[in-house]
Write a protein of this length. Structure first.
Length: 295
């Protein structure tokens, strides 16, 4: 493994991400990610995909993609020069001319087909996938409404013979003032959180109490997440997946917990009624909450 593969793998380990986690973020198969770390580029489908996969890998682990691509360019060996072969010039014949024309046409068709294929792949991943994730608002049809005051009550006109000349009037009913909504309080049994230390990708908290009530909400178009617990000092994955915009997952744990999200600016995390500040970066974020017993 050379410097490029070691640097990518080290950055991934510093993010505390496994190859499966990286696959969820980049949508690149694990065997291709392993091949990039080992610099076994023959496993990948082509040089175009090698550069694209290396760039996605670098962005996911927080490295500068341009610097990583320059490192890759320096590791690619130059193609050996082809030997010059002297040929005997012979008069061209009509069959040779036809063959040359067919070869030129075939080369042109192959180049055009390749360009169209690349354009179709880019269109599918950029336009079709994004269109499937976005949710459009559906406007309800306009309905005819009565222009009269809905709070007005009609007063019947007096009976004939009792001052029948008076006309009916409407008296508007006063609109009740809405009561103030009470401010939500933290869930009983869960203590307040204290930030111990923080880095670019990991925040450590402590909480005193009996349990942790965790809520993960997708604040962006979509958000990958994973929640782990630590019963008896052993790590256990509670659940992982991808939330679409507005979707929420809740967990109630009685042990230390760790929360991972693929992009900090695409997630909203609340623990014991307290919203955590995860930042506005697009990099992955890890939050570990150590649950301490009550004194």
């Amino acid at each position: 493994m050379s410097e490029l593969g070691q640097r990518l793998k080290q950055a991934r380990l510093e993010k505390r991400m496994s190859l499966d986690d990286l696959q969820e973020v980049t949508k690149i198969r694990t065997r291709y990610l392993e091949a990039i770390e080992e610099e076994n580029y023959k496993v990948l489908p082509g040089s175009f995909y090698v550069r694209a996969f290396i760039k996605s890998y670098a962005e996911a682990v927080g490295l500068d993609p341009n610097e990583v691509l320059n490192m890759y360019q320096g590791t690619v060996p130059a193609a050996p020069p082809e030997p010059t072969v002297e040929t005997i010039r012979t008069p061209r014949r009509s069959s040779a001319r036809s063959t040359d024309r067919l070869s030129k046409w075939a080369s042109t068709i192959m180049v055009v087909s390749f360009v169209l294929l690349i354009a179709a792949i880019v269109y599918y991943f950029v336009v079709v996938n994004n269109k499937g994730d976005s949710s459009g608002a559906i406007n309800e049809p306009n309905r005819l409404t009565d222009t009269a005051d809905p709070n007005a009550t009609s007063v019947p006109s007096p009976a004939p013979g009792n001052g029948g000349g008076a006309t009916a009037t409407t008296t508007p009913t006063p609109t009740p003032t809405p009561s103030a909504t009470p401010t939500p309080t933290p869930t009983p049994g869960g203590g307040a959180l204290t930030l111990v230390n923080s880095s670019n990708s990991l925040d450590n908290y402590t909480a005193v109490g009996g349990k942790l009530d965790i809520t993960v909400t997708a604040a962006g178009t979509q958000c990958w997440y994973r929640v782990d617990s630590f019963p008896n000092n052993s790590k256990k994955m509670e659940k992982q997946g991808t939330l679409k915009q507005g979707e929420t997952e809740t967990f109630s744990l009685t042990t230390t917990a760790q929360i991972r999200v693929g992009a900090a600016n695409a997630a909203k995390i609340t623990v014991n009624g307290q919203e955590l500040n995860v930042g506005d970066a697009s990099n992955p974020k890890n939050i570990k909450i150590t649950l301490q017993p009550q004194p």
